[in-house]
Ligand binder design. Structure first.
Ligand SMILES: Cc1ncc(COP(=O)(O)O)c(C=O)c1O
Length: 369
């Protein structure tokens, strides 16, 4: 029977200790005090206007280019529903975020996966696909600390993608909720900042910088497209949650967001260090690249490892992860995603020791010294 204290590397969500609950409480009080009408009314489908303005300033764009939604998942869904019809080709990274795959497949898109390397999508493979005649509506890219792999797209590849988008006339969907959670290395400019031909639509979220329960995300894109998506937003829900968005607004303008990001980054850096040490000690067969930020690490085990059997054995020992094949259309049977966002550093060694025990039970690998 599984131990009652399951250690979960499965969910891409923060542990409670790195959520600024006091800051959120103060921000809620400030929002209801400063703008009772704006907070409690229906508001507008483009989002809570002061937050929309704040986001536009952060991105140095016109407000009319911003739409604030209930989480960036909603932003993704609106964008896909607007641009993608059944049968349209859409390129995604291999592996990619499982919910993106589900969403695109439910729309009937012709989903094509292009290999992900440690410095981002394989642009040569993409170029060859385009040369062969594929005309994608959209190329979905998670540029920083990718979900599920944790890899980051290099500056050169960002430039190469923009060139390909201009040549082959497709939209780059830059899905970027993790950018601000960088704990080592240098920040890299976003593609939307570098784009001069309106080929990029950008999405981000406050799930990783404030908290996921607040459900606030947003899109930045060309004005006509944002106006079109605004109509869909109005028809879908009249308006997103003004209560949530006004709290996020207060959290941002009071500067609490900066201390929240600092807390998250420091904790996640410690966790990656602990994870690396634990894998080296208990599971030396694991192959991985250490992420410079974000929530996730991709682990490859020897070719003949059966991740389904490993998953069940891990479950029996009270440790959870997501199987690699969930992020792929096929293959990946020897891979898995470890999310360290929800596991405090003091539990990581125990979690990986359990995983290693599960691995030995399914592969017969010897115990480490
Ligand atoms: C790449 C990516 N896009 C979008 C989302 C959805 O985020 P939100 O909580 O803002 O809906 C996630 C969440 O994990 C994600 O990893």
């Amino acid at each position: 029977m599984a131990p009652s204290d399951t250690i979960s590397f499965a969910r891409g969500a923060p542990s409670l200790d790195i959520v600024d609950v006091d800051g959120l409480r103060d921000s809620a009080v400030a929002a209801f005090t400063n703008d009772p009408g704006g907070v409690t009314g229906y508001g507008t489908s483009i989002g809570y206007p002061p937050l929309r303005r704040w986001i536009a300033e952060q991105h140095s764009v016109d407000e009319a280019q911003v739409l604030v939604t209930n989480g960036s998942m909603q932003a993704d869904a609106f964008l896909f529903a607007t641009l993608v019809s059944a049968g349209d080709a859409v390129v995604v990274e291999k592996p990619t975020y499982d919910r993106t795959l589900l969403n695109l497949r439910s729309l009937g898109a012709d989903v094509r996966m292009v290999s992900l390397q440690t410095d981002g999508i394989d642009v040569d493979e993409l170029a060859a696909l385009l040369e062969s005649g594929l005309k994608p509506k959209l190329v979905h890219i998670i540029p920083n600390f990718q979900n599920p792999a944790g890899y980051t797209l290099s500056l050169d590849k960002r430039r190469a993608l923009l060139t390909l988008a201009a040549e082959h006339d497709f939209v780059i969907f830059e899905d970027d909720p993790y950018r601000h959670i960088r704990f080592s290395g240098e920040d890299i400019a976003t593609m939307i900042e570098m784009d001069d031909s309106d080929k990029v639509v950008y999405a981000s979220s406050f799930s990783k910088t404030v908290c996921p329960g607040i459900r606030v995300g947003y899109l930045v894109g060309p004005k006509p497209l944002i106006a079109q998506i605004q109509k869909l937003a109005t028809n879908t829900y009249i308006s997103p949650s003004m209560v949530s968005q006004s709290i996020v607004h207060e959290f941002c303008v009071s500067g609490r967001i900066d201390s929240s990001i600092a807390t998250v980054k420091a904790a996640l850096a410690d966790r990656v260090e602990a994870l690396d040490a634990a894998l080296q000690t208990h599971l030396p067969d694991a192959r991985y690249t250490l992420p410079e930020g974000g929530y996730f690490m991709w682990v490859e085990l020897p070719e003949d490892t059966d991740v389904d059997a490993l998953f069940d054995a891990a479950n029996e020992r009270g440790v959870a992860f997501v199987k690699g094949p969930d992020f792929l259309l096929e293959g990946g049977r020897n891979t898995l995603r470890l999310a360290y966002s929800g596991v405090t550093a003091d539990r990581i060694d125990e979690g990986i020791a359990r995983l290693a025990d599960a691995y030995r039970s399914v592969t017969g690998a010897p115990a480490t010294a």
